[in-house]
Design a binder for this molecule. Structure first.
Ligand code: KG4
Length: 336
């Protein structure tokens, strides 16, 4: 079964082709236009999606070595995301499905991130067994999810304020780094001392996360130190990045480890943009190696927004008999 996946929830326009979850192509056009503004500008994002979507889909079909008539179904991100951006992918998918006379499958973007672990590079790619626990960490979400099957995901815990990616990006911003700051903090952290600075960690019961206290304590540290030394950030960039990254990892691992212990589940996965972070990947791998737990760490190209994960999620939805009508609107927030 050949599926075309289309992703346009934020600032990446992506199209991918899979054949029974084996990846044939995955084309991503990232939007550079937002860099000058220090964050994603929704109106500019939807305009860039409009410019990108036709060439990106054509290129995905070309790279896959198929023609339009080989496609069995179209899977698209219906939400959550930026409304204007979602509209572009949704409308395009509907138009193409109508023209080709093939079914449409709507995909929850977050399910896509989790199911990225089922993208196969070839027939032998290992995939997680159900149930597994997934730590989904991105720019907009931080969740611990018990994945019982492709269509049955239980959220055990989630952030009550900022997401892990926001903590990286917002702290990077106050350090004067460009957006998105997460990957830059990751790079800087390699040369820094993670124990040089101490930042606040939350005390919340259960499996929920909070990152806003860390953000405030980071901000206060900078403010106090800058009064004493205006060169403080410049002189301590790497140490600040390493200490910030260590604190975020400690917060993430504390609750994730608790969920792993309490559920007794022996297969775990990480997903979402922040799972590209070197420190997070090492910490998860180390934790699992010591306890005989199987860890699925995604390829970096499948951690950030991509259509391959949407196509795979659509594959499972379609097999379960789930298609969506041509009238289905995108959802900015509602979980499908
Ligand atoms: O999953 P994603 O592409 O977008 C959402 O759907 O939210 O995640 C983007 C987030 C941004 O906050 C970005 O800074 C973060 O992922 N990110 C990283 C790294 N690469 C991306 N954070 C820390 N270290 C990285 N290497």
């Amino acid at each position: 079964m050949i599926i075309l996946g289309i992703e346009s929830s934020c600032d990446d326009t992506s199209a991918a082709i899979i054949n029974d979850c084996v990846l044939l192509s995955n084309v991503i056009a990232s939007q550079k236009v937002h860099e000058a503004y220090g964050g994603v500008v929704p109106e500019l994002a939807s305009r860039a999606h409009q410019q990108n979507i036709v060439p990106v889909v054509s290129e995905a079909i070309r790279q896959a070595g198929i023609t339009k008539s080989d496609i069995d179904a179209i899977a698209f991100t219906r939400g959550p995301g930026l409304p204007g951006s979602l509209h572009v992918g949704t409308s395009f998918s509907k138009g193409l499905a109508l023209a080709l006379g093939i079914p449409l499958v709507d995909v929850n973007h977050l399910h896509g991130h989790v199911l990225a672990h089922f993208i196969k590079e070839d027939e032998n790619t290992p995939v997680p067994e159900f149930p597994f626990l997934c730590l989904l960490i991105s720019g907009g979400n931080s969740q611990i999810i018990k994945v019982n099957s492709p269509g049955d995901m239980e959220i055990l815990g989630q952030t009550i304020d900022d997401a892990a990616g926001e903590a990286f990006d917002k702290c990077a911003k106050v350090m004067g780094l460009p957006y998105p700051g997460g990957p830059i903090i990751d790079q800087l952290a390699q040369q820094g001392d993670p124990n040089r600075f101490k930042f606040a960690k939350p005390h919340i019961a259960g499996y929920n996360y909070s990152f806003s206290g860390l953000k405030t304590s980071f901000l206060y540290t900078l403010r106090d130190q800058l009064k004493l030394n205006p060169q403080f950030i410049e002189e301590n960039k790497a140490h600040l990045a390493a200490s910030l990254q260590k604190t975020i990892i400690d917060i993430l691992m504390d609750k994730f480890a608790k969920a792993i212990k309490d559920t007794g589940i022996k297969t775990i996965a990480i997903a979402g943009g922040v799972s590209a972070n070197s420190g997070v990947r090492e910490a998860v791998q180390r934790y699992c190696d010591r306890r005989g737990i199987k860890a699925f760490i995604p390829k970096r190209s499948f951690t950030t927004d991509n259509a391959a994960m949407i196509a795979v999620a659509g594959h499972f939805q379609y097999l379960a008999g789930h298609t969506c009508p041509i009238t289905a609107p995108p959802f900015a927030r509602v979980v499908i």
